[in-house]
Design a protein around this ligand. Structure first.
Ligand code: COA
Length: 386
């Protein structure tokens, strides 16, 4: 297998893009990534998206977007794994280039959620859960996570206020990200007094819906310096794992086994352990997911995730910085695009271009994208090598 590096990145600001179609959003991200890469063509396009069929009445995203960006006749597909669709697209592009079958590939994650009323989007998000055993009972995605959070608080003795640092850190970092949905810091008081969505999850525990697209161009590592002067950023670990789609089918609903498996495999490939990771773009769709992801990926002991936030260890100068450009909570969570935003942000940090929330001397970054409530999890590790 060949070593693969990131040649170009592109993204659009997350928001309510009522004036742009799905293909225009994706196209803006792809074209800016291809421009950043210094190329005018790529060989293949991989699209990550969750809900285009229901929210935008559009399938066939491979051909639909390839044609729009001038790649008619190129190989192009859509990958879907709910909220981890973006990382699925990236992993597919990575495998294609590393196998030697494809020379240059672009992965794009795109989602357009705000054209639909909130109730419809809530129903569409719930398709990431088990339709027979979870959704048939009337549960929403927020409610599923609320059950997990309530159970976690009961098992480990945490109170609601102990989760505040996750949201405060994400919003503080989002201020420095021009592409973030929210760019205002919040206080602990605002966190505690935010409106309840599904007890104990309030507005400040939940990621917002939004429209967005982010893209990355991948090439064999030995080609990089022939094309741009950008620092070499290699993908040194990539692994995916699944779990039961229904939370109640898990032996332990408070342990993200797919996160543990995928992160362990990625560490092994990279020859690293959690202490070597300079920052972690985790999937903080809800505060509880940030805690569980830190634990399953080896950054905190079981049941101790919130302690890292309380000890001040998750901000850019801490032991394990997370959500460094706002995370899902403040940058936003256009579901099928999110995994690509995380990876674009890892590259931004490794290029030392993250401005106010730059992690000093960032060399190794990790991203973890979670589909469903822990049922499809993909971990990537990237390294700056010069
Ligand atoms: N955090 C902070 N502020 C938020 C927010 C969030 N998550 N969501 C919305 N807001 C703000 C809006 O900017 C708006 O502010 P304004 O009045 O100053 O303009 C206000 O709250 C109301 O926005 P609105 O879009 O009407 O919110 P809503 O009540 O329809 O939706 C949620 C809020 C939390 C229910 C919705 O964002 C949601 O469903 N989030 C979870 C999405 C999800 O499950 N994703 C998959 C996870 S894997």
């Amino acid at each position: 297998m060949r070593e693969v590096a990131v040649l170009g990145i592109g993204q659009v600001k997350i928001g309510e893009h009522w004036d742009k179609s799905l293909r225009e959003l994706a196209g803006d991200a792809v074209l800016s990534a291809v421009k950043d890469a210094g190329l005018d063509q790529v060989d293949a396009l991989f699209v990550g998206n969750m809900m285009s069929a229901s929210a935008n009445h559009q399938q066939q995203l491979g051909a639909y977007i390839a044609d729009w960006v001038g790649l008619r006749y190129a190989e192009a597909f859509k990958l879907e794994s709910a909220c981890s669709s973006g990382a699925s697209a990236f992993r597919s592009a990575l495998l294609a280039v590393s196998s030697g079958v494809i020379d240059t590939a672009v992965a794009v994650g795109v989602e357009k959620m705000t054209d639909s009323p909130g109730a419809e989007i809530t129903a569409e998000l719930a398709t990431a859960a088990d339709s027979d055993w979870e959704v048939a009972q009337g549960i929403s995605f927020v409610a599923l996570n609320a059950l997990i959070m309530r159970r976690y608080m009961m098992e480990y003795g945490w109170e609601k206020k102990h989760f505040a640092p996750f949201s405060i850190n994400a919003h503080a970092n989002g201020v420095h990200n021009p592409n973030a949905r929210f760019r205002k810091p919040i206080t602990e008081k605002q966190y505690l007094e935010a409106g309840m969505v599904s007890d104990p999850i309030n507005l400040m525990d939940a990621s917002p819906i939004g429209d967005g697209a982010a893209a990355i161009v991948l090439v064999p590592a030995d080609r990089l310096h022939k094309i741009t002067g950008n620092p070499m950023i290699k993908v040194i670990g990539s692994a995916a794992a699944t779990d039961s789609i229904a939370v109640h089918d898990r032996k332990d609903p408070l342990w993200l086994k797919a996160a543990a498996i995928s992160s362990q495999k990625a560490y092994q490939q990279a020859g690293l352990s959690p202490k070597d990771i300079d920052f972690f773009e985790l999937h903080d769709a809800f505060s509880i997911m940030a805690a569980l992801s830190l634990e399953a990926s080896g950054f905190a002991e079981r049941g101790k995730g919130p302690q890292l936030g309380l000890d001040g260890q998750i901000h850019p100068a801490g032991k394990i910085p997370i959500a460094t450009l706002g995370g899902l909570k403040a940058r936003g969570h256009p579901v099928g695009a999110t995994g690509m935003y995380q990876l674009v942000e890892v590259v931004t940090q490794l290029r030392h271009a993250a401005k106010g929330s730059q992690v000093e001397n960032a060399t190794i970054g990790m991203a973890q994208n979670i589909g469903g409530s822990g049922s499809n999890i993909i971990t990537h590790i990237l390294e700056r090598v010069n």
